[in-house]
Design a protein around this ligand. Sequence first.
Ligand SMILES: NC(=O)c1ccc[n+]([C@@H]2O[C@H](COP(=O)([O-])OP(=O)(O)OC[C@H]3O[C@@H](n4cnc5c(N)ncnc54)[C@H](O)[C@@H]3O)[C@@H](O)[C@H]2O)c1
Length: 471
Amino acid sequence: MKEKKKKSQIRAVLIGAGARGRYAYGKWGLKNKHKINFVAVAEPIEERRIGFANEWNVPNNYCFSNWEALLNPEIGKLADACLICTQDKMHTEPALKALELGYHVLLEKPMATTEEECKKLVKASEKANKQLRICHVARYTTMFSKIKKAIKDGLVGRIINIEHSENVAYWHFPHGYVRGTWRRADDSSPVILAKTCHDLDLLYWLVESKAKYIHSFGELTFYKSKNTPEGAPDRCTDGCPVAEDCPWYAPRLYIKGEPILRVTKRSNKRWLRVIGNLLINHRKISKILSYIIKPLRGLVKWNRWPATVITEDLSYEGKMKALQEGPWGRCVFKCDNDVPDHQIVSIQFENGTTATMTMHGHSYLDGRWIRISGSKGSLLGRFTYGGEKLLYYDHRYVDERVLWESDITFEAHSDGDAGLMESFVNSLLIGDKGENEVLTSARASLESHLMGFAAEKSRLGKNVVDMDDMR
Ligand SMILES: NC(=O)c1ccc[n+]([C@@H]2O[C@H](COP(=O)([O-])OP(=O)(O)OC[C@H]3O[C@@H](n4cnc5c(N)ncnc54)[C@H](O)[C@@H]3O)[C@@H](O)[C@H]2O)c1
C-alpha cells in the first residue's frame, strides 16, 4: 500500500496583524517559511494589513479588513490553521467561527474574558475535533521545560509548596497596564488574567492537580493621580520638570529603548556590556558605528517592541508624534487606569500542594522567579530579561546544581513564542498526538483561566473561592 505523504508546510490565515500576530508569530514564520505559509490576513489597520501581506505575498483578494470577511462561510476554509491575535474581547466570536469552518485554531491568551465564553470555546473545539491551542508561551520556554522535566525525573519528589512571582518591570507595567491596552479591566480583562494567566497555567501544569480553593488580595496603589510629582504636566513631552529623574519618562523607553538596553549590564559577555554602554551613554558614536555594524541599527533607532506598539512610523518624528498624541506619552500618574498594580493569589490544590503567586508592576528587572519545594529537593528558578538560571538542591547534599543557565535576552518571552509556533506547526505537520499537543489543550487552559476568574472574584469579594463552584 502506498504510504500517505506527510506535508512539509502548513497553510495559515492570520486574524489581527498587530504586536503578536505580525511581530511574534509572523516573525517566526518568516524564519520558517519552509514550514508555514500565510495565505490570507484580516486586519483593519491598512499599514499593518499591507505590511503583513507584502511579507507573505498575500494577494489583494485574500486581504480583509475584518475577521468576519475572512471567515465568511461563502469563502470557506482557506488553510489548515487560523491564528487569532485580536484583542482580549475579540477572541470568542472569530474562534467559534474558525472552528466551525474546520480550522485548527491558535488563539491568543486570555482565551476569552468570561468564564462562560471560555467553556463555550472548549466545547466547540471538542465538538469540531480541531485543535484550539492557547498561546501560553511560557510552557514552551527552555527554562520551564527544564523545570517540568526535573519534576518528572523525580528530583523534587512530591511537590509540597511553590512560591512563584511575576515581577513586571517598572517600565513594562505602565506600558501595558497603566498607559496601554490592558489598563482597564472592562475594556480588556482583569490583570490577573491579562498578565498572569501564564503563571496560573504554569502552576496548574507543574502541580498536575486541579485547584481546590483560591484566595486573592490586590489593589491599585501607586500609579494614580495622588502620586503625581509637583508640576508634572499631563504628558512627558509637555516639558515635564522631573523628566530627568523620572523612571517613567516615556521618550527614554520608546525613543531609546534605554530601560531594556540596561539589561546588557548583566550580560556575561564583555562585548555586549560594551555595546550596551555605548548605546545608552554614547549615542553619537553608536549611531556612527551602526552604519558599519548592521545589527546595531535597529537598537540605535529602537525600532523594536514596545516602540512597535505605539506607532507604525518608527522614525524619531513618528515616535515623538505618537507620544505627543497617543496614550503611551501620558504621565503614568494621570491615566484612566483601574487595574491593580500588585496582586497576590494563594492556592490550595486538590492533591494537597499549596502555592502562592505574586504579581506586581514595580520590579527593577522584568521576569519570573519560582521556588519549588518538595519531599526530596528544591528547584529555584530565575527567568528574566537579565538572564535565566535554574538551580537544584538535593535534600541529602549541601551543594547546588545548575540545571540551566542562559545570558540576557531582549525577547519578552525568551524562546517561548518560537517554541509555541514550532510545537503547533509540527503537530499539524506530523499529526503529533503526544506531549506537544496536550501541552496547552483548550481544556487545560480552561482550568487555569477559571483559576484567574476565581482569583478576581476573591479579590473583589474578599472571600475564599471554592473551585467546584467555578466548574
Ligand atoms: N501570549 C502572550 O504572551 C501575549 C503577550 C501579549 C499580548 N497577548 C495577547 O495577544 C492579543 C493581541 O495583542 P497585541 O498586543 O498583538 O494587540 P494589537 O492591538 O497589537 O493587535 C491586535 C490587532 O487586531 C486588529 N483587529 C482589530 N479588530 C479586528 C477585526 N475586526 N478583525 C481583524 N483584526 C482586528 C487590530 O487592528 C490590531 O492590529 C491580546 O489578546 C493580548 O492579550 C498575548
